[in-house]
Design a protein around this ligand. Structure first.
Ligand code: KIV
Length: 276
C-alpha cells in the first residue's frame, strides 16, 4: 500500500516531519531554501536541501513588488505546483499569503488548495497570539503547520518596516510565550525571522519541534534563506543575515551545495550574520 513512497528512490527517501524531528534530536542541522519554479527545484533536490519553502517572498523576488502583501492564493498555488513537479527528496512547505487565513474556515480552505492543487506537504502562516486557534484548527484536520514568528513581512505596514523583532525583554518574553502556545496548538515547525541570536537559542531550546531560523542566530535547529539571495540574483541592500554562496562556486548547483554544507557544518551563519 505504501510502496509508491518507498519506491520513489530508496537510497534517497523523501524527507518527512519524522526525519526533521529526528534531525533535531540528533542535532543535525536542517538546510532549507526558498524556491519558486521547477528548474531550481530540481537543482535544490540534487544539492540535498532538506526543506523547500515556496515563500510569498516571490512577490518581491519574482514579481517585483516592494512587499509580500500583493501576493494572492492563485500565485502561491501556481508556484507551489511548479516547484512540486521538480521535487523528489526535500519536504515541501507552501506559504499562506496575506489575508488568506483571517478565519479558521478560510485558513482550512486555502491550506487544502496549497496541498491538493499545489502539492505542498505543510503550510506556513505568519503567526502570533491571534493565530493560535487557527493553527489548532488546521492541526485538528491533520494539516502540517509551520508557524512563522519574529519579523512578519505581511505585517510591515502595521509594524513600521523590516526591523529586528523581540529586542526588548517584554517582546522577547511574548515571542517565547507565543512559540510555546503555537507548539501546544499543534504547530510542527516554528520559523523565526530576524530576531536576536540569544532569543533564537532560547526558543529553539524551549520547543520540542524543529525551529528554523533566518537571521535568528546559529543555535536554531536549521537555517533558511531566500534562494535568489544566496545566488546573488537580488539587487539592492541585503539584510545582514544574507550570504552570497555564488562567490567562488562557479554554478548554481555548486552554490546550493556549499550552502547545505555550511549549514550542516555550522559555518553558516557566522557571528556577522546575526543580531545582538
Ligand atoms: O516568504 C518567504 O520566503 C519566507 C522566508 C523568508 C522564510 O517566509
Amino acid at each position: 500500500m505504501y510502496t509508491q513512497l518507498e519506491l520513489r528512490d530508496s537510497a534517497r527517501p523523501p524527507v518527512s516531519l519524522s526525519t526533521l524531528d529526528r534531525m533535531k534530536a540528533q542535532r543535525e542541522k536542517i538546510a532549507c531554501l526558498t524556491c519558486y519554479d521547477a528548474s531550481f527545484a530540481v537543482l535544490l533536490d540534487a544539492a540535498d536541501v532538506d526543506v523547500i519553502l515556496v515563500g510569498d517572498s516571490l512577490g518581491m523576488v519574482i514579481q517585483g513588488h516592494d512587499t509580500t502583501v500583493p501576493v494572492t492564493m492563485d500565485d502561491m498555488v501556481y508556484h507551489c505546483r511548479a516547484v512540486s513537479r521538480g521535487v523528489h527528496r526535500p519536504f515541501l512547505i507552501g506559504d499562506l499569503p496575506f489575508m488568506s487565513y483571517p478565519s479558521k474556515d478560510l485558513a482550512l480552505a486555502n491550506s487544502v488548495r496549497l496541498m491538493q492543487e499545489g502539492g505542498a506537504e505543510m503550510v506556513k502562516l505568519e503567526s502570533g497570539a491571534g493565530q493560535i486557534e487557527i493553527v489548532e484548527f488546521l492541526a485538528s484536520h491533520d494539516i502540517a503547520v509551520c508557524a512563522h514568528l519574529g519579523l512578519k513581512p505581511q505585517s510591515v505596514h502595521k509594524t513600521g518596516g523590516f526591523r529586528v523583532q523581540g529586542r526588548s525583554a517584554d517582546a522577547a518574553r511574548r515571542m517565547l510565550d507565543n512559540a510555546r502556545a503555537l507548539e501546544s496548538a499543534g504547530a510542527d515547525i516554528v520559523l523565526l525571522e530576524c530576531i536576536p541570536n540569544e532569543l533564537g537559542a532560547e526558543i529553539s531550546a524551549a520547543l520540542q519541534v524543529p525551529v528554523i531560523g533566518i537571521g535568528a542566530g546559529a543555535a536554531t535547529d536549521g537555517q533558511i534563506l531566500v534562494l535568489y539571495d544566496i545566488l546573488d540574483i537580488t539587487s539592492g541592500r541585503k539584510p545582514r543575515f544574507v550570504k552570497n554562496f555564488m562567490e567562488g562556486a562557479g554554478n548554481n548547483l555548486e552554490a546550493m551545495r556549499r550552502y547545505v554544507r555550511a549549514v550542516k557544518d555550522g559555518s553558516y551563519p557566522g557571528p556577522e550574520h546575526g543580531f545582538a
